[in-house]
Design a protein around this ligand. Structure first.
Ligand SMILES: Cc1cc2nc3c(=O)[nH]c(=O)nc-3n(C[C@H](O)[C@H](O)[C@H](O)COP(=O)(O)OP(=O)(O)OC[C@H]3O[C@@H](n4cnc5c(N)ncnc54)[C@H](O)[C@@H]3O)c2cc1C
Length: 374
């Protein structure tokens, strides 16, 4: 397994539980981003929205399967990562997004309810807003903690994790796939599953994949818990009268600095990142994001006027889009499989995506000792 992030850690757990000898290669989160010249990840954050109310059937299905397992995962790992504060989709009257979400909710028997804007406490939606809320099986997950939970269970099931960054994968070694790490170690494994997210490149896959990696910046607004108590996660895709039409907001989440932050993010600004150097420099804080920050700030201040004077800070991340809009779960050759492309939506569904990847990888029922050091 190369890459033990949100998808890879889940896949590794399912493979180990299925009795496969599995070794995961992954990179630790750097203590100082500015001084780190290696790979980063898309789960270095404290909050991701989770919900099964979705405008897309397949994403709704993958989310449902994952959310249903959160409580077992928390219980078995001893790691709490889920806060079931609920979710709401909103838009203007006749919003295509809200409509779509309602239809899929009906098809999947997801319990949702229509909410009046005036019942939303501190959020100033304006009277002309349609809101569809999911009170159960939705809210916020902590992506770092979810990965930690998966890795605990993977190790408990016999997986080994090596914190080494992989520099090269060669599928044509005589006895299997050769893996070289930047630490200078080399290994031969029988087969490899690549789940390296935004830092996937040719030296790992050996094939050019149609992956579009985009830099994203989010705005964190420091708040007291009371400012937004009982606030769910929110998504709008066709909002009107705001600086942004497509954005999401997370309720106050506790960050590692001991403070609580509301978070707003959007996919409306494009920051294509082609090379490894582009991506590293993005995480180092390079690249002009003043337009993004201005629009994020104006949107959240309009919706929650009480936060106007609060301290704000930004976080960088990357999103990996596929052509299909769903993760690529496939074999590149008879020894190399991939589980790539979260499309900005995989955090909540990562347990199911990892399970599907593990099934694909383990499909031929062969069992091998996975690794031999050269
Ligand atoms: C700002 C932002 C907000 C988001 N919000 C949401 C949300 O609200 N809800 C939601 O469901 N999803 C959300 N997402 C998407 C979600 O976080 C991603 O889809 C998910 O993290 C993708 O998982 P992954 O396993 O593909 O990648 P990652 O989680 O990035 O994991 C990849 C792993 O591979 C490792 N790696 C990479 N290269 C190498 C190498 N050469 N050698 C060894 N290890 C390597 C990395 O260190 C990392 O651990 C958001 C993403 C961003 C950026």
């Amino acid at each position: 397994m190369v890459g033990c992030g949100m998808i890879g850690s889940a896949a590794m757990k399912y493979l180990a539980l299925a009795g496969v000898d599995v070794v995961g290669f992954s990179s630790r989160e750097p203590s100082s981003y500015a001084d780190h010249d290696g790979v980063f990840a898309s789960h270095y954050d404290a909050g991701r929205i989770t919900r099964t109310l979705d405008g897309d059937r397949d994403w709704a299905r993958m989310a449902r399967a994952s959310v249903d397992r959160y409580s077992d995962l928390e219980h078995e790992s001893g790691v709490a990562f889920y806060d079931a504060v609920g979710f709401a989709a909103f838009g203007p009257p006749g919003s295509r997004y809200v409509d779509c979400v309602r239809n899929i909710a009906d098809d999947f028997s997801t319990v949702s309810r229509t909410v009046r804007p005036e019942d939303f406490g501190i959020i100033d939606f304006g009277a002309n807003t349609e809101i569809e809320a999911q009170d159960t099986d939705a809210g916020v997950i902590n992506p770092r903690e979810l990965v930690r939970a998966q890795l605990i269970l993977a190790e408990r099931a016999g997986a080994e994790i090596r914190y080494e960054e992989v520099a090269r994968i060669e599928p044509n070694a005589r006895d299997g796939v050769s893996i070289e790490t930047i630490e200078g170690n080399s290994f031969v494994v029988h087969r490899v599953l690549i789940a390296t997210g935004g830092f996937t490149d040719l030296s790992l896959t050996g094939a050019r994949l149609q992956l579009d990696v985009q830099g994203r910046v989010v705005l964190l607004v420091e708040v007291d818990q009371e400012v937004a108590s009982a606030m769910p996660s929110l998504i709008a895709e066709d909002a009107e009268g705001l600086a942004l039409s497509e954005f999401y907001i997370l309720p106050p989440v506790l960050y590692p600095d001991g403070k609580r932050y509301l978070k707003i993010g959007t996919a409306e600004f494009n920051h294509p990142l082609k090379s490894r150097a582009d991506k590293i420099s993005w995480f180092h804080g390079k690249g002009d994001v003043s337009g993004d920050i201005h629009a994020l700030r104006r949107t959240i201040e309009t919706l929650i006027p009480s936060i106007r004077d609060r301290t704000m800070r930004q976080l960088r991340c990357v999103i990996t889009y596929t052509v299909s809009g769903y993760p690529y779960l496939d074999w590149l050759n008879d020894r190399t499989a991939i589980a790539l492309g979260g499309c900005g939506q995989a955090a909540k569904s990562s347990d199911e995506i990892g399970r599907l990847a593990a099934r694909l990888f383990d499909g031929d029922e062969m069992r091998y000792p996975a690794i031999t050091a050269e």
